[in-house]
Design a protein around this ligand. Structure first.
Ligand SMILES: [Zn+2]
Length: 94
């Protein structure tokens, strides 16, 4: 399954999986580690590991014990992300 990303307001790619967002944390040996984007708000320590940064697979995932997925919030972020991507495309094609 391809990795799904949305672009944050700061322009960073956030990994979307199971209704949770993860921001890039660090690069390991042949792996990339993503940390829950709510780690500060909920003190969530969930991390996902992917094989590659853009088009890899998730090889390790953990449970978000401290909070439920916030699908409404993600939907809003997705819309903003799509608008930004569209704006970028428009600029490039014109
Ligand atoms: Zn979390």
């Amino acid at each position: 399954m391809p990795l799904q990303f949305i672009v944050s307001q700061k322009g960073n790619k956030l990994l979307l999986h199971n209704g949770h967002l993860h921001s890039f944390y660090k690069e390991g040996v042949n792996k990339f580690i993503w940390r829950c984007s709510e780690y500060k708000t909920y003190k969530c320590t969930s991390c996902y590991t992917t094989t590659r940064k853009e088009i890899g697979d998730i090889i390790k995932e953990s449970v978000h014990y401290s909070h439920a997925p916030d699908t409404a919030k993600i939907k809003i972020k997705e819309v903003i992300s799509n608008i930004k991507e569209e704006a970028k495309t428009t600029i490039l094609t014109n």
